[in-house]
Design a protein around this ligand. Structure first.
Ligand code: HEC
Ligand code: HEC
Length: 314
């Protein structure tokens, strides 16, 4: 992140109650696009094995179980899921798609120190975090079948990949800092034009036969305030590369930031680390301009209330 972006975001938030342009827009024209995203470090290409290569036998059975849990998490690991999402809603093509935080790009990067919890995390612990935050649920014990199956699926998918190397297509590709501060109203226009068709005019997703066919972007069945997707840079990166579904890259960088801000300026389930005090929780876990938690945007104090009921006003 450049030094300019926090200032832009701070400005945007201060002015969030107003509509339209921010004075910071004026600074936009002179901002050269940062070209620092690429480093001299090699990013080897990697292609995961085809699903048809999953072997027979107990090991292959565990790989297949992991895949089923990843695709249909609510159905196959209901004790640990507290919302309407499946892992594959954010890691597309069953965790295989490049630029969609594919499992083959993640597996070989652990154990890894994470600022989020201040210690070295095993891959299993990383998976537990997904359940607590992205799935708004509970962490399965490390030796639980659910974790072992997901680890096995990831290990299988990463076979042959170099250990500890950031592979091309791993994670979500960072979107360059926006020329103009992300803006709620512009984001809303993008949402209505390019997202509402699938995710619903109210953003709460769409169901068929009691199951989500299009996942909710906010509200009680969405990821909670502790999830990576609630951070503007991560949401912008995911959206730019992957949304609208099947048309990744369609949005401009600015549109991706704007719609990420619009999405992440809606209520969602409370951060499970909430300590009873919004400002203190923000300071402890959300002390970054990428998080709107505990901020007031468009008159809404975010993180302060329980999420809206499905069908209610977002
Ligand atoms: C709401 C969207 C969302 C859902 C649902 C979700 N994830 Fe993630 N996941 C993310 C984001 C965003 C990141 C990147 C977070 C970061 O950079 O801190 C991530 C990161 C990861 C990583 C690490 C990737 C890397 O390259 O280091 C793994 C592994 C992972 N998720 C697995 C899972 C599993 C397993 C599930 C289901 C139990 C799951 N995720 C559900 C959004 C999601
Ligand atoms: C054509 C339908 C479609 C459109 C249009 C679309 N999405 Fe999605 N979106 C999906 C589906 C389906 C998934 C789940 C991934 C999958 O099933 O492959 C998803 C997943 C997501 C997720 C992660 C899961 C969650 O609910 O948090 C986010 C965030 C998201 N979309 C945001 C957007 C945004 C922002 C736009 C508009 C720029 C958009 N989508 C447009 C269909 C769509």
């Amino acid at each position: 992140m450049s030094l300019r972006l926090p200032a832009l975001l701070a400005g945007a938030l201060a002015l969030a109650a107003c509509t339209g342009r921010t004075p910071l827009d004026a600074a936009a024209a002179q901002a050269p696009a940062p070209a620092k995203a690429t480093s001299a470090k090699a990013t080897p290409a990697f292609a995961p094995p085809p699903e048809s290569a999953i072997p027979d036998g107990p090991y292959g059975d565990m790989v297949r179980q992991g895949r089923e849990i990843f695709l249909h998490t609510r159905r196959n690991a209901p004790a640990y899921v507290g919302n309407g999402l499946d892992c594959a809603d954010c890691h597309l093509d069953a965790g295989r798609l490049a630029d969609s935080a594919p499992l083959w790009g993640a597996y070989g990067m652990y154990p890894q120190y994470r600022k989020k919890n201040g210690h070295v995390n095993s891959y299993g612990e990383r998976l537990q975090g997904c359940f607590m935050y992205s799935m708004n649920g509970k962490a399965p014990p490390l030796d639980d079948k659910v974790i072992v199956a997901l680890e096995t699926y990831s290990y299988w998918m990463a076979q042959g990949a170099p250990l500890g190397a950031k592979l091309a297509g791993a994670g979500y590709p960072r979107v360059p800092d926006p020329a103009r501060a992300p803006d709620y109203a512009r984001g809303q226009a993008v949402f209505e034009r390019d997202c509402a068709l699938c995710h619903g005019a109210d953003g709460l997703g769409q169901k068929a036969g009691g199951r989500y066919v299009f996942p909710p972007l906010w509200g009680p069945d969405s990821f909670n305030w502790g999830a990576g997707m609630h951070e503007l840079d991560k949401a912008a990166a995911f959206i730019k590369a992957n949304m609208p579904l099947g048309r990744g890259g369609l949005l401009s960088d600015q549109e991706a930031w704007d719609v990420a801000m619009f999405m992440d300026a809606h209520e969602r389930p409370q951060d499970p680390r909430y300590n009873g005090d919004l400002a203190a929780t923000r300071k402890a876990y959300h002390d970054t301009p990428m998080s709107l938690y505990g901020r007031r945007v468009n008159g809404r104090l975010l993180g302060a209330q329980p999420a809206v009921e499905p069908g209610g006003e977002p």
